[in-house]
Design a protein around this ligand. Structure first.
Ligand code: AR6
Length: 173
């Protein structure tokens, strides 16, 4: 049975096969979790990212993890929140789905996600959390990999939000 864990941590410290980066479409670094991942991985990560030619919103790209404990970084580009009428929900859902597909294709057994789009990109955190939990549960329901998904929360508020969302039954509205 696949497992879903929730931790409050700096994602760059997690010893999982892959960590997900909430990147921008240039894939050339930025602030927030993106900046932290590039700092911890070292300059070889940026060098590999330069070869990728960017990434559209809602899609994902895989690189090595370099100096990180994680073997891979999966870079995904979340939507900027514009009020909810520009396809933001579907694009955020696609980030989780495409990251998990890429992970499975690379035989990743454990993967950690940050709360994509909820920082600089201003996606409402409660709404983002429900989308994240729904997409991960749906994916894990009929796939053997990854075996473990970790929701890595930076704040205590996010931690309790994810705990609450996971405690609710999947078919609750
Ligand atoms: N570990 C885990 N989570 C973190 C960490 C960390 N080290 N640092 C921040 N968070 P954000 P976005 C949380 O702004 O909204 C960048 O400049 C943070 O508290 O990193 O998708 C990119 O280059 C929040 O809950 O990503 C893009 O330009 C979550 O990570 C843009 O920001 C996401 O916040 C992407 O914005």
């Amino acid at each position: 049975m696949p497992t879903i864990d929730i931790v409050q941590a700096d994602i760059t410290t997690l010893a999982v096969d892959a960590i997900v980066n909430a990147a921008n479409s240039s894939l050339l670094g930025g602030g927030g979790v993106d900046g932290a991942i590039h700092r911890a991985a070292g300059p070889d990560l940026l060098a590999e990212c330069r070869t990728l030619g960017g990434c559209p919103t809602g899609e994902a790209r895989l690189t090595g993890g370099y100096r990180l404990p994680a073997r891979f970084v999966i870079h995904t580009v979340g939507p900027v929140w514009h009020g909810g009428n520009r396809g933001e929900d579907a694009l955020l859902a696609a980030c989780y789905r495409r990251s998990l597909e890429l992970a499975a294709a690379h035989r990743v057994t454990s993967i950690a996600f940050p709360a994509i789009s909820t920082g600089v990109y201003r996606f409402p955190p409660e709404r983002a959390c429900r989308i994240a939990v729904r997409e991960v549960r749906t994916f894990l329901a009929d796939r053997p990999l990854p075996e473990k998904v970790v929701f890595c929360c930076f704040s205590a508020e996010d931690l309790s939000r994810y705990e609450q969302a996971l405690a609710e039954s999947p078919d609750q509205p």
